[in-house]
Design a protein around this ligand. Structure first.
Ligand code: SF4
Length: 230
């Protein structure tokens, strides 16, 4: 493992420029595996950034704490400011009411992204950021279009705030996400995050003859070859 995980000199990267050539970016993060590569890409372009962790969708609390602590550990290792926002799970359940049986990428997920980006945009507005972005779209399990629409909708509430729709999967980003996760031996979530995605993932696994998900059991390592399900 390299001493500085953001110093991978054998990997050529494009020079990224945030919208409006902003000198700092607020990065909404859902977990360490998804944000690791995005952090590396932003850092490699010399852009100042802060991580904003606001994910009241994650259930149960044990899983939420695992994902958050892993993200904090990696941020601290690299000296990146980390904002630990509320876990206002009651509000998330109020908003999800009536959407319990929505499929992934459906209306419940739009609500979920909206809620997380609304808070991110508010924090950005109150703390002098003109650009927000998110690592959510790096996962191939997600709809980049859906995420970008939610991000842009949230940013549009504040004058001068822009959601950066950069496709973090490009230029080998998806592969780097996996490599960093293995090198760092990140905790590996096996479902998107909410109680309904846990239910549906377990239902699918049982139908495949596989055991149900055990919270806190799986970590990335050399033998693992799949992306996080978040
Ligand atoms: S499946 Fe994922 S994105 Fe959709 S509502 Fe649940 S946690 Fe949010």
């Amino acid at each position: 493992m390299s001493q500085n995980p953001l110093d991978r000199s054998n990997f050529t990267r494009p020079q990224l420029r945030p919208p409006g050539d902003a000198d700092k970016v607020l990065l909404h993060s859902c977990c360490a595996p998804c944000s690791g590569e995005v952090m590396e890409a932003i850092k490699a372009s010399g852009i100042d950034y802060t991580i904003y962790f606001y994910n009241p969708n994650i259930h149960p609390r044990e899983e939420y704490d695992l994902r958050k602590e892993e993200n904090i550990r990696f941020a601290e290792k690299n000296g990146i400011p980390f904002i630990d926002a509320d876990y206002d799970v009651d509000d998330w359940f109020v908003r999800a009411k009536g959407m319990e049986w929505e499929p992934e990428k459906g209306a419940r997920c739009t609500m979920c992204f909206d809620m997380r980006f609304e808070r991110t945009a508010l924090y950005a507005h109150e703390n002098g950021f003109s650009v927000i972005t998110s690592c959510l779209g790096i996962s191939r399990w997600k709809s980049m279009e859906q995420i970008n629409e939610c991000g842009e909708r949230a940013a549009a509430k504040y004058p001068g705030l822009t959601y950066w729709t950069y496709n973090w999967r490009k230029q080998g980003g998806s592969q780097r996400m996996l490599e960093i996760s293995k090198e760092e031996r990140f905790y590996m979530q096996e479902y998107c995050g909410c109680i309904y995605s846990l239910r549906d993932s377990n239902k699918w696994r049982v139908a495949q003859g596989r055991p149900k998900i055990v919270i806190g059991e799986k970590y990335y390592g050399p033998e693992v070859d799949s992306q996080p399900a978040a």
